[in-house]
Design a protein around this ligand. Structure first.
Ligand SMILES: [Zn+2]
Length: 658
């Protein structure tokens, strides 16, 4: 039985045991009892059907409309597995589905529930499941939060943990969770910066969603300083991750329940596993706007929309966070387009159906920014291989999470439907879902400055510097050969076709990205002598005279015949030799009240004096004796030490919080 190291180990390792904000609370005689009761109830669910579809397009539309009842999407085998009632069955039959009870799925589900029961009965097992047997790759709610909060300890300059509200259970004062957001950006680089918001696991049982987004956070944080793309993304952009958008419900799903909604006991009955509201039908924009087609008014239904628009605390937290993140760039009418230069992207990560979806889902009309949404959707789908389409199903959905972001504010919003199954195996997650979807998330993080424009431009790949320029480094003044491929062909063309243009040029920039003041473009050449096709090998020589020793970033960007530049890709350029870099360490000691002593200790500077830069501003010049102390109020402070009069011969900027 596969019970992996639990929260306490993880939290203790990160020194976080005391800082975890929330612990789950359970009614009744204990979590073990409640969880086994939940599983007993799960075993009673027999209304599970294999729905053989008439064609793929209809299958994908059914997967959208019936997302709440979808257990598996087996497109290659010709069927979906769904929880259905008599009305659903009759309705699906009118769309050409052939429906039969799925005894195979029920048997597999029962075996899975047995496995969890056995794990709980095992001598020495904890009271209550912390991790899901056979699904060791999926972090629990507590493990997700501990891992996210650990970044704020290991990388305080890059990571912040924000309390965006309370789960329903927490509003009742009986346990529950904070609606935590992991904000990632390099605080040493001043904003304002374009913002990416990703929410996941709003439907509790969609196991693979939060773990994918947590993996993206790891890629960004561990990549800052070691991967040039992760570095510039965090330097120049902000990434906000609400990893667990339905933590109360997720806890039920971790115990083996096929739980989707929140756990609000005001709906359907206090103790039934059918209780709660579908948070992804509870958003205020277009709430209950489709005459009951796109959400249910029955409190026991899996798509129950809640009694009023935005009635649930989790929905309120997501909406408030989104409205605080971006300005309103869209007019009040359904047909009002957001301006082409609108900034930001919202991704809501769901699972099972291998789709990339964009608004509208509540009406069949294309959204006013529909063409640009489609272009970006086809870029995402190039990476993850899913089918890109507007999110209108067999019939509409309403009150969904893209309402506040796109419907209200005009920020492009997408729903990813990962994978094929509720019981998605860790092999599938590690071998397919993670490697295919991480590049899609990275693409989103790259284009979010102008997401309605940049995806029209070409992509840069295979970017490299010759020799040791990205490794041990070259002496300043050494010419460095750069090579890359620029292509406009990276679209998923499986559902319609996106126009592809010839590449017309490409350029490189050193340290200052093309959108910043003072950027200097270095033109690159087509390797075959002329820019003429939709994929071009490019190269150029970088002059490195005058570059300070240390690590530099080289940005590369291409343009196509539409006149549109694509996203930048980057590579490190290391200049070796010269004076050794300045090192800096910070410590804080309580002084009195909210006053602290901050001690700076540095080495490697030359000259009689150094400049102390605090929060990006010259604080003082002081003797170059390796130590400086000053008193500061409680808060977060950033320091660097520079050679006297220099703004480039400096230590790395360090941050300290107390
Ligand atoms: Zn979902």
């Amino acid at each position: 039985m596969n019970i992996r190291p639990l929260l306490c180990t993880l939290a203790a390792a990160a020194g976080l045991a005391g800082t975890l904000a929330a612990t789950p609370a359970f009614a009744g005689p204990g979590p073990g009892h409640e969880h086994s009761a939940l599983r007993a109830e799960e075993r009673l669910k027999q209304g599970i059907y294999r729905a053989w579809f008439p064609d793929l397009a209809t299958a994908r539309k059914a997967a959208i409309s019936l997302h709440g009842q979808l257990l598996e999407a087996e497109y290659a085998k010709g069927y979906l597995v769904l929880e259905l009632d008599g009305a659903d069955i009759a309705r699906l039959a009118t769309f050409g589905f052939r429906i039969e009870p799925d005894t195979d799925f029920i048997a597999r589900r029962n075996a899975f529930l047995d496995q969890i029961d056995a794990a709980e009965r095992k001598p020495g097992a904890r009271a209550g499941i912390q991790s899901i047997p056979s699904f060791a790759c999926y972090e629990t709610v507590e493990e997700t939060f501990a891992a996210a909060q650990a970044f704020t300890v290991s990388n305080p300059a890059l990571a912040n943990w924000i309390d965006a509200g309370n789960s329903w259970q927490k509003t009742r004062g009986t346990g529950g969770y904070d609606m935590g957001v992991l904000k990632l950006t390099n605080s040493a680089v001043a904003g304002p910066k374009p913002k990416l918001f990703i929410s996941s696991a709003i439907h509790a049982r969609e196991y693979a969603t939060a773990p994918l987004v947590l993996e993206f956070a790891r890629w960004l944080v561990t990549g800052h300083g070691t991967n040039a793309d992760a570095t510039w993304i965090l330097d120049h952009h902000e990434v906000h991750l609400m990893l667990q958008a339905n933590p109360d419900g997720r806890k039920k799903a971790e115990a083996g329940a096929s739980w989707r909604k929140n756990i609000n006991s005001a709906y359907c009955g206090r103790s039934t596993s059918s209780r709660g509201a579908d948070l992804n039908r509870n958003f205020t924009f277009a709430w209950n706007s489709t005459n009951g087609d796109g959400s249910s008014g029955n409190a026991c239904n899996d798509t129950y929309r809640g009694p009023t628009a935005g009635s649930e605390p989790e929905t309120q937290a997501v909406e408030a966070y989104i409205r605080n993140l971006w300005p309103d760039r869209r007019g009040p009418l359904l047909g009002d387009a957001a301006p082409a230069d609108t900034s930001g992207i919202h991704l809501d990560i769901h699972s099972y159906s291998q789709l990339v979806l964009w608004p509208w889902g509540s009406v069949a009309d294309a959204a006013p920014n529909g063409a640009a949404l489609q272009t970006l959707g086809r870029r995402f789908a190039f990476f993850n291989g899913y089918t890109p389409m507007q999110s209108i199903g067999l019939y509409p959905t309403d009150g969904t999470s893209d309402g506040p972001s796109y419907g209200e504010l005009g920020v492009p919003a997408f729903t990813f439907e990962l994978g094929t199954s509720f019981f998605q195996s860790c092999d599938d997650f590690n071998n397919t879902i993670k490697p295919n979807n991480l590049p899609a998330l990275i693409y989103a993080a790259k284009v979010l400055r102008t997401p309605y424009l940049t995806p029209g431009g070409p992509d840069v790949s295979a970017l490299a510097l010759a020799g040791d320029a990205s490794g041990a480094g070259v002496a300043a003044g050494t010419p460095v050969l750069l090579s890359a491929a620029v292509t406009d062909t990276r679209f998923n063309q499986s559902n319609g076709s996106e126009p592809v243009q010839a590449i017309t040029g490409a350029s490189a920039w050193i340290d200052v990205p093309p959108w910043s003041a003072g950027a200097v473009a270095i033109p690159l050449n087509a390797a075959d002598g002329s820019f003429s096709s939709s994929t071009e090998a490019v190269s150029g020589t970088l002059a490195t005279g005058g570059l300070a020793s240390g690590k530099h970033i080289v940005f590369v960007r291409g343009t196509d015949a539409s006149g549109q530049a694509g996203p930048v890709s980057a590579v490190f350029l290391n200049i070796a030799g010269g004076p050794p870099p300045i090192t800096l360490a910070l410590t804080a000691t309580p002084r009195f009240g909210s006053q602290f002593w901050v001690d700076l200790a540095w080495g490697g500077a030359s000259g009689a004096n150094v400049d102390i830069i605090r929060n990006g501003v010259l604080a003082t010049s002081t003797a170059n004796d390796g130590a400086y102390r000053e008193s500061r109020q409680r808060g977060t402070w950033r320091y660097k030490v520079c050679q006297s009069g220099s703004t480039t011969a400096c230590s790395a900027e360090m941050s300290i919080s107390f």
